[in-house]
Every structure is written in structure tokens, then in C-alpha cells.
Design a protein around this ligand. Sequence first.
Ligand code: NAD
Length: 360
Amino acid sequence: MNLNILVLPGDGIGTEVTREAIRVLRHVTDKYHHSVKLTEGLLGGIAIHKTGSPFPPATVELAVKADATLLGAVGLPEFDEAPPEKRPERGLLGIRKAMGVFANLRPVRAYKSLLDSSPLKNDLVEGTDMIIVRELTGGIYYGTPRGISGQGPDTRAVNTMTYTRAEIERVTHMAFHLARGRKKKVTSVDKSNVLENSQLWRQVVVEVAREYPDVTLDHILVDNCAMQLILNPKRFDVVLTENMFGDILSDEAAVLAGSIGMLPSASIGERKSSGVWVGLYEPVHGSAPDIAGQNKANPLGAIMSVAAMLEYSFGLKKEAEAVGVAVEAVLATGRVTADLHPTGAPATTEQVGEAVCAGI
Ligand code: NAD
């Protein structure tokens, strides 16, 4: 297969973890005889320095042409006081919009060797393996009317939670498609006992589910879901939900994995005529200015983002699994970065990348 990938290392530890993720990508694709075309672009603080914009037009062009994009992280402390349109983080919204990605996928796995890093009891977390599918471009974050009006005691703030049938349908298809490659179970999260918006959500999900008779569907109210993620995370396989609920629940679920440095994410758009799904892949963490440039950052979130890219954009499940198995083997050796609290001397970012390659 030919993989056409745009790489946006970004700022801070973004460049360090991306270097290791690319090392692993090259290694696994060589091993399985795929060819990779990598193009590098500018996003975030480095893009502001070089072009004056966090998301320059040249990057827009590259992002639209690529099959998939791998992003490190953006953000530099020197821009903390800058107005929103001049901040590196504006680049993130820009690229998501330009690529038309509408579903955010967050796989959450509890690795055996990291069980002690979770604040929850081992037997609760062990065996957790879920993926949260969050609608990314609709709902209350984008709905209009919105804004603050009036004065004094009459000041009012309004946000609008809005979804169309088409928006719900496409993300629901994505969740069911993913479930078919997993344990064939979708749990749809809503607040249909209170919100009309959720009533439409549930109705459309039920209709789409009829096209996937081999996949089980259940529904859970968002407040109960928040509880069950902590009480019984193993009950979930694919969790499907709207934008704001997903934003909150995916951060809650992140605690199960032990360290923020472990978590990958994928944002997926339309399927191209070639069969490849357009996707933006990035670790969940930020640019971590406190440890940037020190070869200390955990690259496993970025490396697992490569695994997610191979699986979700290119359908290369075997190759993705090879990366996952190698990551698990590295964790089991205990030669990990400082954030995972190794008993011996911590490994460097680069050593972890090399160890994953050796394990593939
Ligand atoms: P952060 O995720 O960068 O760091 C939070 C803490 O986690 C820090 O102590 C950091 O050292 C640690 N950490 C993060 N990733 C790690 C890794 N891979 N290995 C080891 N330790 C790791 O969040 P923050 O400090 O709130 O934000 C820093 C900058 O990153 C800000 O400019 C913020 O806007 C930006 N940010 C960007 C993204 C993104 O690019 N998607 C996401 C979040 C924050």
C-alpha cells in the first residue's frame, strides 16, 4: 500500500514525540512492505515564527492533499497572552476544519504493567479496552444563537445545542463500523430524559443500528455513564456520544490509562474514493513546555497515534496490532519514561522509540 502522510511536529515535546512516532511508522511499514510518502508542514507556534500565522495557507494545502496527518502538539508559553487568533492553538481548530474531520476517536486501554499508575483499584481497571467516538463539529459548541446580552441582573447568556439527522447518522455509522472490528457492542450516551436534542440522537442511532444487526446497541444516560466509567469500565466497547458529553467523558476515561503521555487520539472525516479514511492523528497531551527539549517526554501516545492511523485510515489492522504489542512489551520491561514512574533510571524519549522498533 502507498501511504501519503503529512507530518506536523508542532511545538515543544511535539517535535520529540513525533520523531519517535515516525521512526516506528517507518519501521513497521518497511517490515510489512508498504511505501510511505512523508511531507512535513508547519502548525502552531513554529508556524507563527516562520510565517506569521498558526495555520499558514501552505499547510492547508498539504493537509487537504494528504490521506492522513500526524500531529505532535502545539503551544508555546511566549504566546500565552496573545489574542486567540494569534495563538498556536488556533492552528488546531483550523486544521480540523480544513480536513473536515467530524468524529473524534479516543481509544482507552488499561495496560497490565501500568495498572498501579491508575488511581482506581487494579481489578476494576484491568481488562478495560474501549473506544470513545465523539461527534466533533456539531452540538452546543457550535450551535447558534449564542452569546451574552443585556446588562445588570438581566444579563443573559445563551448557547444552543443543535444536531441534524445527517450529522448524527454519519458519526453513528462510524461507531458501528468500528464496533464490527471489535467486540461488536455500541453504547450510545445521551440525556434523552431531559433534552429533545438527545431524543433525536437516540431515535437516529436506533434507526442506523438496524443496518448493523450483528452489533449490539444499548443506551445510557450521560450522568450514569460518568459513574459506570469508573465503577465498571470493562462493560464498554464502543461509546458513541455527542460533542460536549464526549469532551467530558473522554477526559474522565483518560484517567484509566495511567498517564496522559500514553493516550492517542484520532479525528476522522469522509472516506476517499481510494477507500482511505481522511484522518488527523495526535497524542492527547500538549506541548509540555516544562519538559520540552530534554528527551524526557513519553512518546507512546504519539506512537499509538501511528497505530491508530494504520488501523483507521488505512485499514492495516495487523500492522497496528504489531505496534500495540511492541508497546505493551516495552511497558512490561519497565524501561519507560519518568512519567510512568519506573523503578530504575527512566528511559529517554529516543530509547523508548528505539525499543518499540526493536519489539516489532
Ligand atoms: P500538557 O499536556 O502539555 O502538560 C501537562 C502535564 O503533563 C505537564 O506536567 C507535562 O510535563 C506532562 N506531560 C504531557 N505530555 C507528556 C508526555 N508525553 N510525557 C511526559 N509528561 C507529559 O498540558 P498543558 O501544560 O496544560 O499545556 C501546555 C501547552 O500545550 C499549552 O500551550 C496548551 O495550550 C497546549 N496544548 C496543546 C494541545 C494539543 O496540541 N493538542 C493539547 C493540550 C494542550
